[in-house]
Design a protein around this ligand. Structure first.
Ligand code: FAD
Length: 456
């Protein structure tokens, strides 16, 4: 029986970050995964989808080149080559990660693990005990009752591996994954229709972002239906046929089901060992401890945002907690979020509606800086804005942005919100010209009462 300070079940973003930080702190680590080190993010999530989105941007640049006086033309999309490019990116990162884990003396065990005691995980008949056990088994793509995945009906797992561009696509779900695939497929030349049961696309974002995205998608020719729920889907040789609750029907070659991800936490002994769970999620306190003192849980199996960098932060947090460093808790609301469709959305902190609900309408000030006044955005030819939500005479508690490449501004945005900066603090700092980052400075200048390239 092997023993370590930490036994980590799951080697995705949360699990491997925990392993790397623990080993830095001098703790011994056994890291278990039944599949490839790196998990969803590296192999089926963030990285491969962003590679597709980059290829999509290249296609758009070729298609729109004439408007910049460049005579290029788009002859088509070779999905085999796009996939090779994507796999090259994933492969290099995977190799790097394997090397990193090895160099930190983490023991990697390949196989499906099962929790068999408060300190013990069993893999391939072997028992591994840890002074602490960290559960990090991630999430899976959900579907709806009666909507079976197979053939033309797929989740992001299958959609990522298509070796052709479908001519007509329906995307069920207008959340992050749905709008990203819709954006890629449109750029690759497909006809795209998004079906979202809630009244707007990206319904978790500030309403202003939804409106701007819907306007931009309309301009791009991406069709969408909002506010009416999906009823059923059938498939045959001619395609897939979707019906909504109001009787409206849509036909396409493929249907992407992007209705969210559920926790992958059942059937692995968690319940039998008495780990407190709710609707499949592993419950943790703010220090990521489960109800069993020796067991922590990180990443997508815990209720909250499903993001790779949240998993990284959870993993680092747990290692530091175990090492007695008492790390700082970061509330989910202050975790930066980026949606990488065209145009991008970046946000951190409270939306206007959330802020008003928490603090009262009178306590909140908002300001929207239009990218129309930003030189770099004009050069790129993008529309959008940076919207600030401020506690009156206090810190900025929410930043919401839309525009091509605007996701890159999330770094400063999250610093401002997490550092509880006031507009005057940011207004005194210098933002380089001509960058989109300048728009961040301009928005804060305006809110501090001294707008430069904006009307007072
Ligand atoms: C299409 C898509 C795009 C995404 N894009 C982004 C993005 O741009 N940015 C972002 O921040 N997030 C993105 N995400 C979300 C991100 O991938 C996840 O939040 C992140 O991977 C969660 O990390 P995790 O460690 O909790 O779980 P995972 O990465 O899912 O890792 C869990 C690991 O546990 C292993 N495992 C499960 N059960 C067992 C078992 N019994 N025994 C052994 N091993 C087991 C699995 O094999 C897996 O490797 C995206 C997700 C998808 C699907």
């Amino acid at each position: 029986m092997a023993h370590a300070d930490l036994v980590i079940l799951g080697g995705g973003s949360g699990g491997y970050a925990c392993a790397l930080r623990a080993s830095e702190l001098g703790l011994s680590v056994i890291l278990i995964d039944k599949d490839k080190l790196g998990g969803t993010c590296l192999h089926r999530g963030c990285i491969p989808t962003k590679a597709l989105l980059h290829a999509a941007e290249v296609a758009d640049s070729a298609r729109e080149s004439e408007q910049f006086g460049v005579n290029a033309s788009l002859h088509g999309i070779d999905m085999i080559k796009v996939n090779e490019y994507r796999d090259g990116v994933v492969g290099r990162l995977y190799k790097g990660l394997q090397g990193l884990v090895k160099s930190r003396n983490v023991t990697f065990v390949e196989g499906a693990g099962r929790l068999v005691g408060p300190n013990t995980v069993e893999v391939n008949g072997e028992q591994y005990t840890g002074t602490h056990v960290v559960l990090a088994t991630g999430s899976y793509a959900r579907t709806l009752p009666g909507l079976e995945i197979g053939g033309r009906i797929m989740t992001s797992d299958q959609a990522l591996n298509l070796d052709y561009v479908p001519a007509r696509t329906i995307v069920l779900g207008g959340g992050v994954i749905g709008v990203e695939f819709a954006s890629v497929w449109k750029s690759f030349g497909a006809e795209v229709t998004i079906i979202e049961g809630l009244p707007r696309l990206v319904p978790n974002e500030d309403e202003a972002c939804s409106k701007a995205l819907e306007r931009a998608f309309r301009k791009r020719g991406i069709n969408f239906s909002t506010g009416v729920r999906f009823a059923s889907a059938t498939q045959d040789d001619n395609g897939v046929h979707v019906t909504l609750e109001d009787g409206k029907t849509f036909d396409a070659d493929v249907l992407l089901v992007a209705v969210g991800r559920g926790p992958n936490a059942t059937g692995m002994g968690f319940e039998e060992q008495g780990v407190a769970m709710e609707r499949g999620w592993v419950l943790v306190d703010e220090r990521l401890r489960t109800n069993i003192p020796s067991i922590f849980a990180v990443g997508d199996i815990t209720p909250g945002l499903q993001l790779a960098h949240r998993g990284f932060q959870h993993g680092i947090f747990v290692s530091e907690e175990i090492a007695g460093l008492r790390p700082m808790v970061i509330a989910d609301i202050n975790i930066p979020r980026v949606t990488y469709c065209e145009p991008e959305i970046g946000s951190v902190g409270m939306t206007e509606v959330e802020a008003k609900a928490a603090h009262g309408d009178a306590a909140i000030t908002t300001y929207e800086y239009n990218l129309g006044g930003n030189g770099k955005s004009q050069i790129l030819g993008t529309a959008g804005f940076i919207k600030l939500v401020q506690l009156k005479d206090g810190p900025v508690i929410g930043i919401h942005m839309v525009g091509s490449r605007i996701g890159e501004q999330i770094g400063e945005a999250q610093l401002i919100v997490n550092w509880e900066a006031h507009p005057e603090d940011v207004a005194n700092l210098i933002h380089a010209h001509p960058t989109q980052n300048e728009a961040m400075g301009e928005a804060h200048l305006a809110l501090a009462g001294k707008p430069l390239h904006a009307h007072a």
